[in-house]
Design a protein around this ligand. Structure first.
Ligand SMILES: Nc1nc2c(c(=O)[nH]1)N[C@H]1C(S)=C(S)[C@@H](COP(=O)(O)O)O[C@H]1N2
Ligand SMILES: [Mo]
Length: 301
């Protein structure tokens, strides 16, 4: 599978790929950004979402199943077999079952979404994902009226995921969303980057992307999706509840106990990576703030 991700893109590739972007999504995501920077032109809005390079996105990763170093996923994820791939959808759904990834893909509409991506460690990128709306996948399974949350699980296969031989976290990696967050149109299952099959180190064959939340919510290489009426216990909260919550909405006003969340380092600037102000809900406030109306975001971090 190496050929899928050792591919190098020229600047021309990036430019032509950008022509395919979904303008509505770009503008939606950029709105808060250019307002803050005091720029008003559409060009400035698009500039604010200039995607990172293929190398940045695929060589600087967090995927503890392959090790805790930023370069470990790129070095070792090739060992993962992603075909065949089965996704179990169960719990409070009308049509529970084991769904073949290829069958899922045949039924989903894949589009490009250029999103900001903000890790809780205070670094960020802009990533041109290809994927489908999670809402469409959940609709395929049929969500029962009693369902209130969605729980996601990553593959457990230590023979291929060398990091799973160590007890860094309690495998498998688990994440969760409230149902309204899961059904939000910005929430996608990513299956590609820059129009190419998503590389293993980024969560092949299918990973969650929730652009207004810290990166750890965007769980990779998903094999199980469970609709439930109880808030799932997510891996990072289970590991350190005083530092990582269930909601994990990007919020410059609520610091991590050990560092500030007011600004972030943009990956790709080399030694001179600029620090830029972090935006509330990662720049998607207009789209998602209503989901949290009346909620204390300091208590529900
Ligand atoms: N299964 C799994 N999913 C995961 C992680 C992980 O270690 N295991 N790391 C998370 C974190 S902390 C981040 S920042 C993003 C990184 O995604 P990227 O490597 O595609 O940029 O993946 C998230 N999803
Ligand atoms: Mo992260």
């Amino acid at each position: 599978m190496a050929h899928r991700w050792t591919n190098t893109l020229t600047h021309e590739d990036v430019t032509s790929e950008r022509l395919f972007l979904n303008r509505r999504q770009v503008m939606a995501g950029a709105a808060a950004g250019f307002g803050m920077a005091g720029l008003g032109t559409q060009a400035a809005a698009e500039e604010a979402l200039e995607p990172n390079s293929w190398e940045d996105i695929t060589e600087y990763n967090n995927f503890y199943e392959f090790g805790t170093g930023k370069g470990d996923p790129a070095a070792y994820a090739e060992a993962l077999t992603t075909d065949p791939w089965t996704v179990t959808i169960d719990g409070l759904v009308d049509r529970p079952g084991d769904y073949d990834f290829k069958d899922i893909m045949a039924r989903m509409t894949v589009e490009e979404r250029i999103y900001r991506f903000r890790c809780v460690e205070a670094w960020s990128m802009v990533i041109p994902w290809n994927g489908f709306e999670l809402a469409d996948l959940l609709e395929m399974a049929g969500v029962k009226a009693e369902a209130k949350f969605v729980r996601f699980e990553t593959l457990y296969r230590p023979e291929e995921m060398r990091g799973q031989k160590y007890r860094t976290i309690d495998w498998p990696y688990v994440e969760g969303l409230r149902l309204d967050e899961a059904l939000h149109p910005l929430t996608i299952m990513a299956t590609g980057i820059y129009g190419k099959t998503i590389p293993n180190q980024n969560g092949a064959p299918m990973r969650l992307v929730v652009p207004w939340k810290y990166g750890f919510k965007s769980i990779k290489s998903i094999v199980k999706i469970t609709l439930t009426d109880e808030e799932p216990i997510n891996t990072w909260k289970a590991l350190q509840a005083s530092e990582y919550g269930f909601y994990a909405n990007v919020n410059p006003e609520v610091d991590h106990p050990r560092w500030s969340q007011a600004s972030e380092r943009k990956i790709g600037g080399g030694l001179f990576s600029p620090r830029v102000p972090t935006l509330k809900f990662n720049g998607y406030e207009e789209e998602v703030a209503s989901l949290y109306e009346g909620m204390d975001l300091r208590a529900n971090f």
